[in-house]
Design a protein around this ligand. Structure first.
Ligand SMILES: Cc1cc2nc3c(=O)[nH]c(=O)nc-3n(C[C@H](O)[C@H](O)[C@H](O)COP(=O)(O)OP(=O)(O)OC[C@H]3O[C@@H](n4cnc5c(N)ncnc54)[C@H](O)[C@@H]3O)c2cc1C
Ligand SMILES: *[C@@H]1O[C@H](CO)[C@@H](O)[C@H](O)[C@H]1NC(C)=O
Ligand SMILES: *[C@@H]1O[C@H](CO)[C@@H](O)[C@H](O)[C@H]1NC(C)=O
Length: 545
């Protein structure tokens, strides 16, 4: 069957048509190039807006397509950003983002140490890595600046504490740490790296055809051979790969505990391996939330803060109406062609009319206590089994030793940096603790080397997060499309697969693509007749063109 020339036109970038078809097009393209090279900067994002301008004759305006996104975290912001990128340049798309809280970013948020806006610190998601394609490319496009995880002022060492003993302590030199790891654990660190790289390699295929976009995460995980890793606990899977204790319990479990507050005999192996992918760990200077704020601005989305969606109703004409509450007044808005729920359904407090045919199941989330505090006091070496002039690692991770009755009552204590307290004039340490329970004063008295004069804590911020799901082994994941009509979409099912800013972004991008592909199919009825919507053939047709 000969592919129709007009069939997959939306898969060819518009500028390519200009090059191919006429000289005027070439002239226009050169002008655009010059314009791109010399942007007039009216605000921080003008260079980005410039690239978004469709320079194409679209004929008379078609109807506006309205999309409602519920949640302005990574998933919702990415959905808006990629809708704008994937849409046909002639499509008029209006995106409204409803956000219950007063800020953009969801679980990516900073708070200000001493309430000083020049000293923000991450309260939620703090780290991402080189392999996080969407975050890294958005940062480039937005011109955001990143810093590497380790701070320069506090030469970082990292130790793994089991409540009584240090299982491993890194050294300030990376090479020396590597040598120590190999000396203590033999080939296990190398095997872990290789196993992790294989898994990440498979995961990265989710961004590419023929796997992208995916309608069914369970099927895609299976096709990519990732189900093998989600079906087993970290412990079981690693043993099969020849990686056992003590490396798995000392090092890998310390990572699953600090990243997901879960032990290796409970959390599935894919998430365990993700914890070991730390190459190029970084964060955005001033806060990771700026990625998502920037994405929404570039997309030109209407963001309604302090606006909590309460119900989603399908109307007889096939569009959707949304009811929301905004500072105690009710807001109703109508005629959405698509709805993207970009938040865990169980915490969204939504009512669907009619009921969803297969609503996502409620899944248990970790209740994680994050405590940020400042103090002039250092960590007490003697509490951590060192002699009085010993040096406590700047980052303390934890593991549990089955042979012992004493287990740590926290997942991690990180000395993040020093900060200047303008009231006392002191330089103080900024600490972050992850724990399963709120911290009591006894905790501070125990871990800090207290000076005799009064309260050691000069600033404190406590937050209880439903941070990520518990991640037991599983092979099926929640549906991406929640209704039969293909108009209600859901991003949070990916959290049981891998829970991170990047995977939420990937799912936002995936949903954006499924929606724009649906629009393209609606616009070209011929395509359905000739190709029957068959994905592999469409891809082939696109390649031939
Ligand atoms: C302490 C902590 C540390 C973490 N560390 C990392 C890390 O280092 N690296 C990493 O990649 N990930 C980390 N994560 C996980 C990461 O934060 C999440 O996986 C990711 O941010 C989820 O993004 P999301 O958009 O799917 O959901 P969310 O960020 O939760 O966004 C959902 C949004 O929807 C809004 N909402 C919900 N219901 C409604 C409604 N009815 N109406 C309107 N709005 C609604 C919510 O207010 C929220 O803003 C961490 C999380 C926590 C809590
Ligand atoms: C787009 O949505 C916003 C609010 O969400 C609304 O005010 C505006 O009228 C809409 N524009 C169009 C063209 O539909
Ligand atoms: C949202 O509400 C908070 C207080 O609850 C307020 O400070 C803030 O200005 C509000 N933001 C918007 C955009 O209405």
């Amino acid at each position: 069957m000969a592919p129709r020339r007009n069939t997959p036109t939306r898969q060819i970038p518009w500028y390519q048509n200009l090059w191919e078809h006429n000289a005027v097009g070439i002239a226009v393209s050169i002008c655009i190039l010059i314009w791109l090279l010399y942007p007039t900067k009216t605000d921080a994002f003008s260079h980005v807006y410039a690239q978004q301008q469709p320079i194409i004759d679209c004929g008379p305006d078609g109807p506006v397509k309205s999309v409602a996104i519920i949640g302005a975290g990574s998933a919702g912001a990415s959905a808006a950003y990629y809708l704008n990128k994937f849409k046909n340049p002639c499509d008029r798309v209006n995106v409204t983002v409803f956000e219950r809280s007063s800020y953009v970013g969801g679980r990516s948020i900073t708070v200000n140490v001493y309430d000083d806006p020049t000293e923000p610190v991450e309260l939620g998601a703090s780290i991402f890595v080189e392999a996080n394609k969407n975050l890294v490319s958005a940062i480039r496009e937005l011109g955001l600046i990143t810093t590497s995880r380790s701070s320069k002022e506090l030469p970082g060492t990292l130790g793994v504490w089991d409540g009584l003993y240090w299982k491993f302590v890194s050294s300030e030199s990376r090479w020396w740490t590597k040598a120590k790891l190999l000396w203590k654990y033999g080939l296990a660190p190398i095997r872990t790296q290789n196993t992790m790289k294989q898994a990440i390699g498979k995961f990265l295929k989710m961004y590419e055809e023929p796997h992208f976009p995916f309608r069914d995460l369970s099927q895609t995980a299976y096709d990519l051979g990732l189900t093998e890793a989600t079906a087993a606990t970290g412990e079981e899977f690693l043993v099969k790969k020849g990686i056992g204790s003590p490396f798995s319990t000392d090092i890998i479990q310390a990572s699953t505990r600090v990243n997901y507050a879960q032990n290796l005999n409970k959390i599935h192996a894919l998430e365990s391996l993700v914890c070991m992918a730390t190459d190029g760990a970084m964060q955005v200077q001033g806060g990771n939330w700026q990625i998502f704020d920037g994405m929404l601005k570039v997309a030109g989305a209407h963001v309604l803060l302090n606006t909590s969606v309460t119900s989603i109703d399908r109307r007889s004409d096939g569009t959707y109406a949304i009811d929301a509450l905004s500072s105690n007044s009710a807001v109703q808005s109508t005629s959405y062609d698509a709805i993207i729920l970009a938040a865990p359904l169980q915490y969204a407090g939504l009512n669907f009319q009619p009921d969803l045919p297969h609503p996502p199941q409620e899944i248990p989330y970790v209740n994680l206590h994050v405590t940020l505090f400042t103090s002039t006091s250092a960590l007490d070496p003697q509490t951590f089994g060192l002699n009085a002039n010993g040096k406590v690692p700047t980052t303390i991770l934890t593991t549990i030793s089955d042979s012992q009755h004493v287990h740590p009552d926290f997942f991690s204590i990180s000395t993040l940096r020093t900060v200047h307290n303008s009231i006392t004039g002191n330089r103080e340490y900024l600490y972050k603790v992850f724990s399963p329970e709120p911290l009591k004063s006894e905790f501070f008295e125990r871990v800090l080397l207290l000076s005799p004069d009064g309260s050691p804590i000069t600033w404190r911020y406590d937050k209880l997060w439903q941070s990520y799901p518990y991640l037991p082994p599983r092979v099926t994941f929640e549906d991406i499309q929640l209704d039969k009509e293909g108009k209600v979409w859901y991003t949070s099912g990916i959290e049981s697969f891998i829970s991170s800013m990047e995977t939420s972004s990937l799912m936002g991008m995936n949903v954006a693509r499924l929606i724009t592909d649906g629009w393209a199919d609606d616009d070209s009825p011929l395509e359905k007749e000739t190709l029957g919507g068959d994905a592999p053939q469409r891809v082939q047709a696109a390649e031939e063109l």
